[in-house]
Design a protein. Sequence first.
Length: 540
Amino acid sequence: MTVTTLPELLRRRAETDPNGVFIEEVGGGVLSNREFLDATLRFADAFERLGVGEGDCVAAMLEPCAQSHMFWLGAAWLRAIEVPINTEYRGTFLLHSLNDSRAKVFVTTSQMLPRLEDVTPQLTALETVVLADANDGAWSGGRVVGIDEFLTGAAPTERPAPEEYHPYAVIYTSGTTGPSKGVLSPWRVQHETVWSMYPGDRRGDYPGGAVYCPWPVFHGTGKNALVIAAELDLRVVIRERFSVTAFWDDVTKYGCTHVNLMGFGSLLLNQPPRETDTTNPLRRALMLPLPTRYREFEERFGVKLSTIWGMTEIGLPLSAGDPPNSSACGKLRSLYEARLVDEHDYDVPAGEPGEFIIRAYEPWLLMTEYLGRPDATAKSWRNGWFHTGDILRQDDDGYYYFVDRAADYVRRRGHNISSLEVEAAVTAHPQVDSCACIGVPSTIAQLDSTDPDAPERSAVANDLDVKIVVSLVEGATITEPELLTYLIENMPRYMVPRFIEFVDEMPRTPTMKIRKAELRAAPLGPNTWDREAHGVEIPR
């Protein structure tokens, strides 16, 4: 089965309903189907006049708005590839994205231009900057094209739409285990996410409805709203930033029926009740993860919730339209084949956690490659399966549950320890702000058969000790021994950390994920507290 890509769906909307609304900006303008289509085709012509062609990368660092999607789809009409860059990037992060993608054209704003100037001496490919918001600007590294100059003479010329196997964008991973990798994803990956996010929905089910999108455009979530709208015959309502206080007012004013709430559902649930809670137009909401009170959310707001699991490289293969509990990620969609395996790619016993590996029954349902990284691409594929690096388990009903990242899973004395569970136990202490759990190579030479917590089937190869890196809340007075005492009382014996290190600040990615690779690079230092060195015994 092949899919019709977003640009072609936009053309069909413009032909059948030219005056129908496609995009509305909260507090801003409205674009009809014909107006938006023509704008994207005009931007395509403008890019072509700059020398952009099929296969070329066009970098863009823009805030969410209708114009940002015009740049994206303008490149797509040429079968060029947009490289959306996190608007928080600067310095080495910005430099890496521009050099790694080898983009010759960079679309940004006058406000962000100074960041580019800071890294200009290290740039290796960039030649032209297009300013989306101004007509004047200077850049020491090359040509600056203002928005008027960019569009002057450009016309909405008819073109063939990209096919499902053409890339829709290069999305950079967050880089928690090393430098960010650019994921080259085909259009079909984007289109299939619609049916994972809102299983059971079909075109025409929600006449006059809209997708509410307050998410950035530098990853798939901010772009997916347009695909959802095109597939389900909805409008798109764009807000630049998510706002808890404005959410229901926006939804009501613009008649929004669909939203991806990501992890913000609990914030809405904790707001004071309103008379309009049960009369709002919202009908479908995606949450990941689900709050424990998700059924209460459905009942209070009259909304059907769904949840998913996936990653940039594989789309959203797990989906649950009626989740059985708040921990479930979903069941495997029929387009995919998946297994849970050990470190040697052998299936783990039923019910046991293992690395989730996947392949598809049809083409173009997974990423094409890591851009410019054939070794990384080959490494992710082994024995004919894509290795996600995530540990999941499956219950008897077929639902999958996320356990941990494989790199963060700590194996100690035969026990598989979830770093997420350790971190949750540590951050439950009121004086702890954040925590990262990592494994430190163990110094034991052989399995202690007298340890009742060590299963007989285990071996000590690659055995690890648990270390926690902790940042405390302002004014905290707790010491390492005091925190250890708390943990001994609140977690299983085999999970209690050997090493504790207090830090002022965690190393983080621009998306605020903790860089555990950096913590593992120098796991033991002068500030690392070792309970064994201090003679602390864990009571049995």
